[in-house]
Design a protein around this ligand. Structure first.
Ligand code: HEC
Length: 129
């Protein structure tokens, strides 16, 4: 009986394969898509502040006074405010949230493959603000 319960627990934890997705998500965020280039604040030397990774940062430069260009990249650690992982994945696949909202430039209009978008969203959901 104990063995059966253990086997069931192992099967359940393997079912969602979260470990693989999270590792891929971390790889995509930190080495490929480089979300932190804009969403992580920079310290006095201009280097990103690791302790504040993906907690939101000003974006200097760009056309001044143009309402179609954003000068702040909001927090995405722990998911963007008020958005689900599924909604974020849709944004990263299509360039728009399910409700049609599109972030302004310089946010890149990513077109990630669905599995990659899910992995990035799952990884960001694990991060603390
Ligand atoms: C070149 C800079 C840049 C990069 C790289 C970048 N972003 Fe952004 N992002 C921005 C800016 C600036 C905004 C704000 C847009 C606005 O206010 O309309 C933004 C907005 C967003 C939003 C919308 C937040 C909301 O209000 O709901 C999400 C989600 C997001 N980014 C996720 C990501 C992810 C995930 C990555 C990496 C895969 C990434 N961004 C890479 C600059 C960037």
């Amino acid at each position: 009986m104990t063995l059966l319960i253990l086997a069931a627990a192992v099967a359940a934890s393997a079912g969602g394969a979260p470990t693989a997705d999270l590792a891929r998500g971390e790889y995509l965020v930190t080495r490929v898509t480089l979300c932190g280039d804009c969403h992580t604040p920079k310290g006095a030397t201009g280097a990103p502040v690791a302790a504040k990774a993906l907690t939101g940062a000003p974006f200097p430069g760009g056309p001044p006074g143009n309402p179609n260009f954003a000068h702040y990249a909001p927090a995405i650690a722990g998911l963007p405010a008020g958005r689900t992982a599924a909604a974020l994945a849709t944004l990263l696949e299509s360039g728009a949230y399910p409700d049609g909202h599109t972030p302004r430039p310089p946010m890149p209009p990513y077109r990630l493959a669905p599995a990659d978008a899910d992995a990035v969203a799952a990884y960001l959901a694990t991060l603390r603000r």
